[in-house]
Each structure stands twice: as structure tokens, then as C-alpha cells.
Design a binder for this molecule. Sequence first.
Ligand SMILES: [Zn+2]
Length: 301
Amino acid sequence: MKLVFTILLNFFVLNALCNKITILIDPGHGGKDPGHLPLKDTLMNEKDIALEIALKVGNYLTYNLSNVEVLYTRTTDIYPTLDERVDQANNNKVDYMLSVHVNGSPNSNIYGTETHIHNFDAKTSYKWARLIEEQFKTRAGRKSRGVKTAADIGHSIQVLKHTKMPTVLVECGFITNTSEGKYLNSVYGQEIIASAIFRATREFLKAKHPKIDFSPPQDQTNQPDEPHYKVQIMASIDKIDTEIKEFKKLDYSVERVFVESTSMYKYKYYVGPFSNKKDAKKAQKSVQSNGFNDAFVVYFE
Ligand SMILES: [Zn+2]
């Protein structure tokens, strides 16, 4: 007992001295529990999409923020019970827990994202959840169905109710909706969703822990999932609204970037990011077939 106490004490002291934040990422379901099933057999189950997105979020956090340690309830196709997930969070005294799911409904017209918290007394969780939904809207261009509590859905969720630290459960969209299902099955969709969760979490952590230095680690040469490629679809002299129908009809959302340059073209328009060249090439073909014949792949270090 004394030894356990000493180890725990050391853990606390070390964490306090290092000013390090620990986040437990929990990809929902797994193993014998597929979660929600897709409309077609050829598409992925909830458990597989949740794992893909969760691992990407973990990589974004690990490679882009200092002083954040990421733990997972699972990194493969196994099923830890809900009790085990809660125990892992509580016994390891993690600072935050993020559970990643995708939604499903018998009504295939329903789509959009939701972030769940236990109740509105969980103020820290609520702040984090709101930022995630905000990023889903702005960064990912998703329809946000908002922050939900146990009261909204008529029952409590075990990982939200029994964990002792701020915890959110993200429903990244409905795999039972044809177009959202397609998005969630695509590497592009998974990247964007993960980067939206990452951006929200970064903003949340910075506000919550102003004394901790979260600036990106110096050595960024090993960033497996850091996006490396984008497809530039055009450049312009004046600012073009990214909501125009020519952009909207693309399978990808368009990002506008202002460039300080002597060239008359001050704005560049990209789709992406993509972590590998193959996906970028695929996107390039797709935007070219939609009228942007000059689109080309750009590598970002
Ligand atoms: Zn689920």
C-alpha cells in the first residue's frame, strides 16, 4: 500500500513539476462490439472509423503540442469494457478524457455532429465540448447538432458519468446518412474531423493552462500524420468567397490563404491537407474534373 502511495505521489509531483497534461483518448466500441453499422457492407463500422479518427487526434496532439501526453484505451480492434475504460481514466489520474464515436439512426436523413457531456454542471467539459462543435462547424464545415447532456438523450453515458476528470464524448457524424457516411469513410473526412478536434482541444488547453508551454516541439522531422500535401486549385488578386458554388460543388472544402508576396496574386486556394501524396493526387484529379484544370499538388514541410 505504501509503495503504491509513493508511486502515485511521485506521479503527481512529477506531473506538477513538469507541468504536463495527460489525455486519455478512447476510441469507442471495438472487438466484438462494432458500434453502429453502416448502410452498406463495403463501408466501415463505427468501431473502425472511431479508431482511425482517434489515432489521428492523438498524433496531432503528440506532434504539435509540447507537454501533452496521450494515452489510449485501445489502439487496435479490441474491446475494453466500459468499466475498464473508466478505471483506466480514474486510476491513471489523467487530466482529461476524450471518447470518439460516430453516430447512427434508423432515419437516414439525420446527419451532423454532437458532443456529449454528463450535465451542465461539468463546466470544464462544457467549454471543451462547445469548442469542438464550433470547430466542426468552421474548420470541417459540418452541421453541428450541438452539445448534448444525459438529460437530452434520456440516459447517462458511463464514461461521462463515472470519470472523475473533465470528459467529452464526440459523435463525429452519422454513418447511416449516405453523404456523411461517405465523408466519414474517407481519409479526407477523417483527417478534417481529427484536425477539428485537435484545434478545439489545443484552444481549450491553452485557455485552461496559461502557464504551460504548449508550443510545438522543436524537432518536427518525425510527424507521421502531420499533413504534408495540399492541392492548390487557383490563385487570385482579390479575395474570393470560399462559399461560392464553384467551390461548393467540389468533394473537398476549400481553404483560402493570404500570401505576402510581390506577385499580384495575393490569395491561394487549397484543398487538403493530405498526409500522403496518393490522396493528394486523387484530390487533384477530382478537382480537375470539376473545372479546375490547372490544379497541382503542393508539398508543405
Ligand atoms: Zn458509439
